[in-house]
Design a binder for this molecule. Structure first.
Ligand code: ARG
Ligand code: ZN
Length: 467
C-alpha cells in the first residue's frame, strides 16, 4: 500500500483544499468526446463500472469504528486511460468525499446518484497511467432490495462489518470501477479498535501493529480481482492459520459464536482447495481461506482467497462450491452479468463432483434426479441469459450445472476434464464469455455443440433427453 499511496501524495505547493470543490457534474465540454462513460457497457447494469480507463490497482487506507459505524480514509486508484480524458467517473454509493486529487493535483468532482465524476486540471492522454486519490468518510449504507438481491455491500454488525458485494456493492465502501470486467490488484491498510480483527483478501503483510488502542492490518491481493470479491470483514474473530497438505497457506476465521467450527473449517478448506487443484488446474492464488461471521446473510460469497459464510457453519458441499469459485468467477471472471452461469453453473457442478468424490451421490445421479423434475421452474428460465431482475435464479445454478453434465456426456470424460483445465489456464486472472467456452469446447471435442448449448442454455423449455 505504501508505494501506491506515496506516489499519489499531493505535490508540494498545490493547495488541494482550496481548489477542490463539490460542484456540478462533469468538466468536459459537451460533445467533446473526452468524458469517460458513466457505465462500462453492461446492458443489464448500464451504470455499473465506467468507461475511459482501466484500473490496475486499488490502494485502500481505511479506518472503521464499529461503535459509530463510521468508515473513513482514502482510496488511491491507479488506472490507465483508454481514451483522452477530461473527466471520468468512479462508482460510489453514499459517503462524503472531502478531496480528490489526480496525480497529486486537486481535481474538481461532483456527485450524481452512485457516480462520482472527477475533472482533473489537465487532460489525461490516452494510454497514460494516472493515480486518483479520494479522501472520504461516512456511515456506509449497504444496497437493500435492489433487483431481488437482499442486502449486500458494506453491512455493519455489532462488532464490525460483514462485507459481501456481489454484484455491485463495492461502491458502498470504496470508489471503484465496480464491474467484474475491470479487474485490479489490491492493497488494504485497515485500522480498527484493538481487539477487532480486520480480514481482507490475499495475505497479511507483517504482524498487525497496535498503538493508541488501534490496530492496523495490512493485506495484499497480488492477483487481479473483480471489485465484488473485495472484502474488509471486521469484528471479533478466532483465527487459525497454516498450510494445506499441498502447501497452500490457509487462513480460517470464525466469529466466537462459531468457536466449535474453526478446526473443521480450517482443515476442510485446505483439503478441498488441494483436491480442486487436481481437477481444475493449479490453485490460482497465493492463499486460501474461510470466514464465518455471525451475520445471517442467508448466503455465502466466494470473496477471493477468503470465501465468507454468512451466519452458518458450511457443510463441505457449500465449501466445495465457494472454493470452486476461486477458479470459476474469481480467476476466470465473467465479462457481462448475463454469463453468470460460468460462475454458478460451474460451482454447482463442483458440488456434485465433490459429493461423488466423497462417496456420496454421483454427479450423474444428481443430474438425473433434476432432469426427472419435469415441472421445475428452471425449465422456463434459460440459464445462459441470467436476468437482471432475477440474477441468482436457481436455474443459473442447477440448469447451468446440468449443462456441464450434458456436455460431459456428449464429449466424454477425458475431453471434458481436459477442457476444464484448458479453460482455467487460458483465462487465468482474466475475463471470459460463454461464446469463448462454447468455442473451446467445440475446438477440443471436434464436435458441433451448438444444438446442445442452445437447448441447455438458451431455450425456455426442458431439453430433450440426453443419452
Ligand atoms: N455467488 C454467491 C454464491 O453462489 C451468491 C451471492 C448472492 N448475492 C446476493 N446479493 N444475494 O455463492
Ligand atoms: Zn456460487
Amino acid at each position: 500500500l505504501g508505494v501506491a499511496l506515496s506516489l499519489a501524495l499531493p505535490l508540494a505547493g498545490v493547495s488541494a483544499a482550496c481548489s477542490a470543490s463539490e460542484g456540478a457534474v462533469g468538466g468536459a465540454a459537451p460533445g467533446s468526446g473526452t468524458q469517460g462513460a458513466s457505465g462500462i457497457g453492461d446492458p443489464d447494469f448500464p451504470e455499473d463500472g465506467n468507461g475511459g480507463y482501466d484500473v490496475e490497482h486499488y490502494g485502500l487506507k481505511l479506518s472503521y469504528d464499529p461503535a459509530s459505524r463510521r468508515l473513513s480514509g482514502s482510496a488511491t486508484v491507479r488506472a490507465r486511460a483508454v481514451q483522452d480524458l477530461t473527466a471520468f467517473d468512479l462508482d460510489l454509493h453514499g459517503l462524503t468525499v472531502s478531496q480528490v486529487t489526480v496525480d497529486g493535483a486537486a481535481a474538481r468532482f461532483g456527485r450524481r446518484d452512485d457516480e462520482l465524476t472527477i475533472s482533473p486540471v489537465a487532460r489525461i492522454a490516452k494510454d497514460a497511467r494516472f493515480d486518483v486519490t479520494v479522501d472520504y468518510a461516512g456511515v456506509p449504507d449497504p444496497i437493500r432490495n435492489y433487483a431481488n438481491l437482499g442486502t449486500y455491500g458494506f453491512i455493519a454488525t455489532p462488532d464490525g462489518s460483514f462485507v459481501t458485494c456481489e454484484p455491485n456493492g463495492a461502491k458502498t465502501w470504496f470508489p471503484s470501477n465496480d464491474h467484474p470486467s475491470d479487474k485490479a490488484t489490491y492493497a488494504f491498510e485497515i485500522t480498527v479498535p484493538a481487539g477487532v480483527t480486520a480480514i481482507a483478501n490475499g495475505e497479511l503483510a507483517g504482524t498487525p501493529a497496535t498503538s493508541d488502542g488501534r490496530t492496523t492490518f495490512v493485506w495484499r491481493e497480488r492477483h487481479p480481482m473483480a471489485s465484488y470479491l473485495a472484502t474488509m470483514t471486521t469484528g471479533r474473530f478466532e483465527t487459525r492459520t497454516g498450510k494445506s497438505a499441498a502447501g497452500t497457506p490457509v487462513y480460517a476465521a470464525v466469529d466466537p459464536a462459531f468457536h466449535g467450527s474453526l478446526d473443521t473449517l480450517y482443515t476442510k478448506t485446505g483439503q478441498i482447495t488441494d483436491y480442486w487443484s487436481t481437477v481444475f488446474g493449479p490453485y490460482p492464488f497465493s492463499s486460501t481461506g474461510a470466514v464465518v461471521d455471525d451475520y445471517a446473510a442467508g448466503y455465502a460469497l466466494e470473496n477471493q482467497t477468503k470465501p465468507i459464510y454468512g451466519g452458518f457453519t458450511p457443510d463441505s458441499g457449500v465449501m466445495a462450491h465457494e472454493l470452486a469459485h476461486q477458479w470459476f468467477g474469481d480467476s476466470v471472471s465473467i465479462t457481462r452479468w448475463k454469463d453468470l452461469w460460468l460462475n454458478e453453473g460451474f460451482a454447482t457442478y463442483a458440488e456434485w463432483l465433490w459429493s461423488e468424490h466423497e462417496g456420496g451421490t454421483t454427479a450423474d445421479t444428481v443430474f438425473r434426479n433434476y432432469y426427472a423434475k419435469t415441472a421445475d421452474s428452471m425449465w422456463s428460465y434459460p440459464p445462459g441469459r441470467a436476468q437482471r431482475a432475477d440474477l441468482f435464479n436457481g436455474s443459473v445454478y442447477t440448469r447451468g450445472a446440468m449443462t456441464l453434465h450434458a456436455l460431459r456426456r456428449e464429449i466424454g470424460d477425458a475431453t471434458f476434464f481436459a477442457l476444464i483445465k484448458k479453460w482455467t489456464a487460458s483465462h487465468q486472472y482474466g475475463n471470459a464469455t460463454t461464446e469463448q467456452f462454447v468455442g473451446l469446447a467445440e475446438q477440443m471435442s471436434g464436435k458441433d455443440l451448438s444444438g446442445l448449448f442452445d437447448a441447455w442454455l438458451y431455450q425456455p423449455r426442458r431439453p430433450a433427453a440426453v443419452i
